[in-house]
Design a protein around this ligand. Structure first.
Ligand code: NAD
Length: 507
């Protein structure tokens, strides 16, 4: 480990063999030791002692107690704590951004971007804390008043994926906090140090304000912490971000106990490029969306549909652009793509390229594994005939399948013919083409853009996808409603007791 890495970890209070469970204090955990590797070097970055089932139990009990107190705070009072948390993150932005780069291999500007997203979420949630509006409605009964109010829901279980090791927690945590919920975070085993650093920052803010321990942490295996949390009725809501197989399992377990789940799962995102598109703009949008973050975003562009008139030119531009993208150390200036998260991800990428070729695809460029320590690959472009089976799958790596089409209707049909439904885009300068793509019969995804790539969503909108992506919505707009319970109230201020629907029942 270099001195710089040691300094970054020390400045965030992350020590070796750090406790993996926080219930208001750091518990002396006694579970298995989890080592986290730097994907750029293969070196051990740190280690965490995971929570046992008994230690998980302590964390949940504390979260239940914290909820009991936190829900009595006013919503703007809760917002004030979140405002201070945003400020604390501003203070630690550089160090936390670097830790994201070290632990999951994102380039530094994306590491900083993640922390900025947390700060933005805090700012948004502070505003929300004064806008958790309910509706009032007119009663059909005289001298009656009806309204809806939104109440805190309870402890929330937050399960996060490796690829947004801090931002996804913030999408949930900032909003859940102003809504009056406590929460327990089970992070990805690939990024435990990020979760410890964030929890320590949040802990200081809570302690300084005498606030209950609403931001708890339980790092553990799926068997000892993950699934026990999913089946635990003390969590009215499980918010889970990750792959479709994980969501299928988590969603069905939560449904069996009649709990609520918020699922943010895999994508398989497409862009349609029309003959009339601005090709310079398109190229920039496509390259960032497909190769950026080493293809490890849920919104990464995986399928590119090119109208016949511009297909040859776009393919030529792509095979020139892709090899010029600098792959390397994510903390080195000029690097645009860091490593994949682990060796399995590298193997999966190699396997997907081989399968695509067996099915009739042609590798146009990239797809090499770099001969150096770390999990480095070059981004690949594959010429794919229509309906190549592999293009229905999400391979979490930088592989771009390029397919030609003739009409917009054909492109939309191809685009929608996958099980996932997260993000989509069209590049066109024709208003009608854009509106068709955005119409009821256009893209079937939760996100649909015009002349912007598929990745890099802003927090102001509700984020999430349809079909196997899970249907969840997080971040802005009215996503806060998932973290609250709705209550409809009717008040009779008269002297009679009329019944609804004209029912008579006189005794
Ligand atoms: P993953 O599914 O392997 O793991 C995600 C999390 O779920 C981890 O914390 C893991 O330990 C936990 N988990 C797995 N099985 C579980 C179970 N049975 N019970 C409880 N917890 C369980 O995903 P990953 O490899 O970390 O992340 C990549 C995937 O996440 C991709 O598919 C990507 O598209 C998706 N993702 C989606 C979004 C979104 O907002 N839609 C955002 C980020 C990532």
């Amino acid at each position: 480990m270099t001195d710089t890495t040691r300094d970054i970890l020390a400045s965030l209070g992350v020590t070796t063999d750090h406790s993996g469970a926080f219930d208001g204090t750091w518990i002396q955990t006694s579970g298995q030791r989890l080592e986290t590797l730097n994907p750029s070097t293969g070196e051990v970055l740190g280690s965490v002692v995971m929570a046992t089932p008994a230690e998980y139990e302590r964390v949940v009990k504390s979260s239940v107690a914290a909820f009991d107190e936190w829900r009595t705070w006013t919503a703007p009072g809760r917002g004030e704590i979140v405002r201070q948390l945003g400020d604390a993150l501003r203070e630690h932005k550089e160090a936390l951004g670097k830790l994201v780069s070290l632990e999951v291999g994102k380039i530094y500007s994306e590491g900083l971007g993640e922390v900025q997203e947390m700060i933005d979420m805090a700012d948004l949630a502070v505003g929300m804390s004064r806008q958790l509006y309910g509706k009032t409605m007119h009663s059909e009964r005289p001298q009656h008043r009806m309204y809806e109010q939104w109440m805190p829901l309870g402890p929330v279980g937050i399960i996060t994926a490796f690829n947004f090791p801090v931002a996804v927690w913030a999408w949930n945590a900032m909003v859940a906090a102003v809504c009056g919920d406590s929460m327990v975070w089970k992070p990805s085993p690939e990024a435990p140090l990020c979760s410890i650093a964030v929890t320590r920052i949040a802990q200081r803010v809570l302690e300084a304000n005498g606030a209950p321990a609403i931001f708890n942490l339980a790092i553990g295996t799926v068997e000892e912490v993950g699934e026990p949390m999913v089946v635990d009725s003390r969590f009215p809501l499980i918010s889970a971000t990750g792959s479709v197989p994980m969501g299928r399992r988590v969603g069905s377990l939560v449904a069996q106990r009649m709990g609520r789940s918020l699922l943010e799962l895999g994508g398989n995102n497409g862009i349609v490029v029309m003959d009339d598109a601005d090709l310079d703009l398109t190229l920039r949008g496509v390259v960032f969306a497909a190769a950026g973050t080493a293809g490890q975003r849920c919104t990464t562009l995986r399928r590119l549909f090119l109208q016949k008139g511009i297909a040859a030119e776009m393919k030529q531009r792509l095979v020139q652009a892709f090899p010029s993208i600098k792959v390397g150390d994510p903390l080195e200036e000029g690097t645009l793509i860091g490593p994949l998260i682990n060796q399995t991800a590298v193997d999966n990428m190699q396997q997907a390229i081989a399968t695509a070729q067996e099915q009739g695809g042609t590798l146009l460029c990239g797809g090499e594994v770099l001969d150096r320590p770390g999990n480095f690959v070059t981004p690949a472009v594959i010429d794919a005939p229509q309906k190549l089976p592999i293009t229905c799958e999400e391979t979490f790596a930088p592989i771009l399948y390029v397919t030609e089409f003739e009409t917009l209707e054909e492109a939309i049909e191809l685009h929608n013919a996958v099980p996932q439904g997260l993000s989509s885009a069209i590049f066109t300068l024709n208003l009608r083409h854009a509106e068709v793509f955005l119409s009821n019969t256009g893209s079937d995804c939760g996100i649909a853009n015009v002349n912007i790539g598929t990745s890099g969503a802003e927090i102001g909108g509700a984020f999430g996808g349809e079909k196997e992506t899970g249907g969840g919505r997080e971040a802005g707009s009215d996503s806060w409603k998932a973290y609250m319970r709705r209550q409809t109230c009717t008040i009779n201020w008269g002297t009679d007791l009329p019944l609804a629907q004209g029912v008579e029942f006189d005794v």
